[in-house]
Design a protein around this ligand. Structure first.
Ligand code: NAD
Ligand code: LMR
Length: 342
């Protein structure tokens, strides 16, 4: 018996060392659309964060099982499930960061804008609840078309009198993750070192990787710039086609969203050195919303990094001008939708 006890104790200690992260902070995170293709792996990744004390999972379906499953992981956060409109408010109370991947994904042949009719209403409903229950939270919008759903969210928050432009973010981290991966592969660089800012928006030609600003500094031929830019712009479609009707990027998106959540939590926790790209209200160009590198702080967006737009190559300048009309009309479509519904 003594022998068995010491074995059990040893295994327990080892297990604690390996798996049981010690809590380092106590932030609350809500995921709306938590039972979906993105929501589930995102919930798993956020459950592994030592900065999270409570993880609220909300969906209109199937969320009980996801939460029961996840709750058995011996990491610090408590997992709670919420479902149906009647539980939406409770899922948001006291929350520091709300992540919204609720909505339908693309099938082959569709653009992200083809999702507008369904997802615009979903985002509107969820943001109304955010406005009523956790107006101070950081809001991360994943639901497409991001170019329009962020302006919708801003309008809804404005109508409710609680819009803080520093706390509303369209998640474009996946574009950066892809750009870093593809550039590292092409130029044989160590992945961990590569950082490519991606600006504009999150659809087709509105996604503009600034390859000339890649860190570490790399030179590209004109052909490489063309090939990499188009691949990064079409990477979502690459996945949609490979999945052949079964949805769009979920795993890489969950990875990217978890990175943006972790960055937000570090900023909330007082880390003064947190930079990410995101689609935010911006004065960088004449467009009211624009993705660029930003600095995150305790109160949300602390600064927009304008230097990225200086000294662009001719290719990037042209691509920037070319994306503006499409981004402008997606923004206007979102604003018009929200104002019509008011
Ligand atoms: P999915 O269909 O697998 O999951 C969506 C989930 O949302 C489902 O569980 C569904 O029940 C839930 N849902 C629907 N209406 C809801 C509501 N009113 N409230 C709460 N939950 C609701 O889809 P997915 O693959 O997870 O993609 C979700 C969204 O994310 C899509 O719009 C997709 O285009 C978008 N997306 C964005 C990016 C990005 O880079 N920003 C990347 C990938 C996918
Ligand atoms: C992506 O970039 O993968 C997402 O926006 C999903 C999509 O529809 O491509």
């Amino acid at each position: 018996a003594a022998l068995r006890e010491s074995f059990v104790q040893k295994a327990h200690k080892q297990n604690q060392r390996v798996v049981n992260l010690q809590p380092q902070a106590s932030f609350k995170v809500a995921i709306l659309g938590a039972a979906g293709g993105i929501g589930q792996p995102l919930a798993l990744l956020v459950k592994m964060s030592p900065l999270v004390s409570a993880l609220h999972l909300y969906d209109i379906a199937n969320v009980k099982g996801v939460a029961a499953d996840l709750s058995h992981c011996n990491t610090p956060s408590q997992v709670l499930d919420f479902t149906g409109n009647s539980e939406l408010a409770d899922s948001l109370k006291g929350v520091d960061v709300v992540v919204i991947p609720a909505g339908v994904p693309r099938k082959p042949g569709m653009t992200r804008d083809d999702l507008f009719n369904i997802n615009a209403s979903i985002v509107k409903t969820l943001i109304e609840a955010v406005a009523d229950n956790c107006p101070d939270a950081f809001i991360h919008i994943i639901s497409n078309p991001v170019n329009s759903t962020v302006p919708i969210a801003a309008e809804v928050l404005r109508q409710k009198g609680v819009y803080d432009p520093k706390k509303l973010f369209g998640v474009t981290t996946l574009d950066v993750v892809r750009a870093n991966t593809f550039v590292a592969q092409k130029k044989n660089l160590k992945l961990i070192d590569v950082d490519v800012p991606v600006i504009g928006g999150h659809a087709g030609i509105t996604i503009l990787p600034l390859l000339s600003k890649t860190k570490p500094s790399v030179s590209f031929t004109d052909e490489e710039v063309q090939e990499l830019t188009v691949r990064i712009q079409n990477a979502g479609t690459e996945v949609v086609e490979a999945k052949a009707g079964a949805g769009s990027a979920t795993l890489s998106m969950a990875y990217a969203a978890a990175r943006f959540v972790e960055s937000s939590l570090r900023a909330l926790d007082g880390d003064g050195d947190v930079y990410e790209c995101a689609y935010v209200q911006s004065e960088l160009t004449e467009l009211p919303y624009f993705a660029s590198r930003i600095k995150l702080g305790r109160k949300g967006l602390e600064a927009i990094i304008s230097s990225d737009l200086q000294g662009l190559t001719e290719y990037e300048e042209k691509a920037l001008e070319a994306l503006k009309p499409e981004l402008k009309s997606s923004i206007e479509k979102g604003v018009a939708f929200a104002q019509k519904q008011a």
